[in-house]
Structures are given as C-alpha cells and as structure tokens.
Design a protein around this ligand. Structure first.
Ligand SMILES: NC(=O)c1ccc[n+]([C@@H]2O[C@H](COP(=O)([O-])OP(=O)(O)OC[C@H]3O[C@@H](n4cnc5c(N)ncnc54)[C@H](O)[C@@H]3O)[C@@H](O)[C@H]2O)c1
Length: 319
C-alpha cells in the first residue's frame, strides 16, 4: 500500500512556515506536502509544494488523490486586521475554505484534520480575565465571527460524520523564523526588529493593552501534541483554549529595555485598538491541561530573551 501523506494548506504563512518545517523534521520531507495560493521559492526548494487555492475544491481533491493524503493542516485564513479591510473575502476564505476541507475529509474518509481557531472568537461580553472554555462569545470582527462559525462546523462534522478534527484557539503568536500576516498582536513581533535595528518603535496599541500571547515554538508543539493525543481523552471538538503568557506593550518594552536600555517606545493606537479591547486578557486552559497534558515552556521573560538572541543573530548574518 502507498504511504499516506500530510497536506499543509496556507504553508507559506507565519504558522505554516514553522509547522511545515517541524512536521518535515518529524515525518520526513517527502511525507509533508506544502501548499499555498502564492508560489513560495523557499518552500519549493525544501520539498514537495503545490499551488492551491483552498476555495478550488476540485484542485484540493486532485492534490489529495495525487499524493494519497490522509491528514490535513488547514491554516489558510484572513486574519483580524486584514479581515476588517476585506470582510467579504474573510467570510469566503475562512468559512467556505474550511467547509471545502471538512467535506473532502468526510467524503474521502481522511484520517485527521487540524484547523486553528483564535482568541478572536471571544467578544466584549466575554469575561476578560482567565477566560473560560465555555462562556459568552460575541465576536465583533469578521475574523472572530468566521472562526466561531468554523468552531461550530468542526464540532458538527465530528459529531455527525465522525471527522477527527482537532483545534486550538491560538493566542497572539510570536516567533523569529517567520513574519506575522496581519493580526492585532503583530506588534509583539515587529517590536523586536525595531528595537534591534533602530532602537525605537511606534506601537499601534496603547501601553496598557493586555493580550494573551504565545511563543511560536510552544504553539507548534501544542499543535503536534494535540494531533498525537489519544482520541478517547479529547472532550473538545470545537477548539481548545490554550494559554502561554500575557503582557502589555509597556511590560514587553520594559523587559526589552533590560537588554537594550536606550530602546524608546511610542504609542499611536489605530483601528486595531478596538479589536484588542474586545479580546480576553488571559485564558483559562484547564481542559487542555487535563485532556492532553498541555503546558507552555515560555513565559514573557524567556520569550523576550529568545527573540532578541535569534533576531540579533539573523540581522548579523544579513549585514
Ligand atoms: N499568527 C497568529 O498569531 C494566529 C493567532 C490565532 C490564530 N491563527 C490562525 O492560524 C492560521 C495561520 O495563521 P498565520 O498567522 O500563519 O496566517 P498568515 O496570514 O501568515 O498565513 C496564511 C497563509 O494562507 C495563504 N492563503 C491565503 N488565501 C489562501 C487560499 N485561498 N488558499 C490557500 N492559501 C491561502 C496565504 O498566502 C498565507 O501564506 C490561521 O487560520 C489563523 O487564523 C494565527
């Protein structure tokens, strides 16, 4: 029998770049088929790559047949800030793209699907501190509401059709290997480049905006661990709350100043402030801890140290 393979959809993005590399380390390069709507020279050089618009279902089906795919990581989405600039596209990509994938999973009897949700599924009436798994969810961004629809679809396809779908509500993700793709927490990546390159940064959120965040390494480990978890232990088939660390721009800049004392930060909040103000400040992830032993490795200080070390090295290599 032919070996089964894994398809990553949206592989060129912030998460996809790192997840594809991690999966290839674990399962071998040829077992992981990267795909994206845009060509990606770097990914194409590293291993199998296919151009794929997830809204094109026949093309999705053809790739699945060609490579004997049995597992999908579906990452393609329009994020919070870009979604507000083009709400119809956010709806189409985030809802219809997921529906295509779920229908193909069901119709072809594929083994497993990972699809990420987000803390943007919460809204202004959600308890903001230690936000529980189950509570009021009234997202007021197109991104957040499409992801809430997605969560309900995932649970529905699990209950009704037995699709083994697994999901995490990622907080803001912070890593040095790939650039963020238009979210409200992107400042927490940009700030490190600015601190090292120019010594100053203008933040698009106010100084006391506290948001849940996570080091990318923790997020990738959480994703792969959840996919390996014993199905009989999993009690959530919509999407799991998980927590990494939580900080404000002021707290982050103060930690950066411990290494770079001359760093200067200014605050000029823009339209993204309203989005951030509707989101939780911290997350209760008890169920993920119990169901699949989730535990983050990075707190804010460790995350800052790691980002500064690696971005400094990268900038030195380019110089
Ligand atoms: N990065 C974060 O902080 C964060 C936080 C919460 C949830 N998430 C979720 O994680 C997933 C990945 O996020 P990301 O930060 O890597 O996003 P990103 O914007 O960096 O990457 C998305 C990728 O999808 C591709 N894409 C766009 N339209 C496509 C289409 N029609 N067909 C196929 N590919 C298409 C893009 O070219 C891009 O490479 C998303 O579902 C997002 O909602 C991310």
């Amino acid at each position: 029998m032919e070996t089964k393979r894994t398809l990553v959809i949206g592989a060129s993005g912030q998460v996809g770049t790192e997840l594809t590399a991690a999966l290839r380390n674990q399962y071998g390069v040829d077992a992981i088929i990267a795909s994206d709507i845009h060509p990606d020279e770097k990914l194409q050089k590293q291993g199998p790559f296919e151009l794929l618009n997830v809204l094109d279902k026949p093309r999705l089906e053809a790739i699945i047949d060609q490579y004997q795919i049995d597992t999908i990581y579906h990452l393609a989405a329009l994020l919070s800030a870009t979604g507000e600039k083009n709400p119809p596209l956010a709806w189409d990509l985030n809802c219809n793209g997921l529906l295509n994938v779920l229908n193909v999973m069901r119709d072809k009897g594929l083994k497993q699907l990972f699809w990420p949700s987000t803390i943007a599924v919460f809204g202004p009436h959600t308890p903001r501190e230690e936000t529980p798994q189950f509570c009021v969810m009234d997202p007021n961004t197109m991104y957040g509401l499409t992801k809430l629809v997605g969560e309900r679809l995932c649970e529905y396809y699990f209950e009704k059709y037995g699709v083994d779908v697994r999901s995490i509500r990622y907080p803001g993700l912070i890593g040095w290997k790939s650039a963020p793709g238009g979210g409200t927490t992107d400042y927490a990546v940009h700030i490190f480049y600015a601190a090292l390159q120019t010594g100053e940064y203008t933040c698009f959120l106010s100084e006391d905006t506290r948001l849940p965040m996570m080091h990318m390494e923790d997020a990738i480990r959480a994703t792969i661990d959840l996919m390996h978890a014993d199905a009989s232990r999993l009690t959530i088939r919509s999407s799991y709350n998980i927590s990494g660390c939580s900080f404000t721009p002021r707290e982050l800049s103060n930690i950066i100043k411990e290494s770079l004392p001359d760093f200067v930060i200014k605050y000029e909040p823009d339209y993204r402030q309203a989005i951030a103000d509707s989101w939780p400040q911290s997350i209760d992830d008890n169920i993920a801890q119990n169901d699949w032993d989730w535990k983050p490795k990075y707190n804010t200080a460790k995350l800052t140290e790691d980002m500064l070390i690696h971005i400094r090295e990268m900038l030195a290599e380019k110089a």
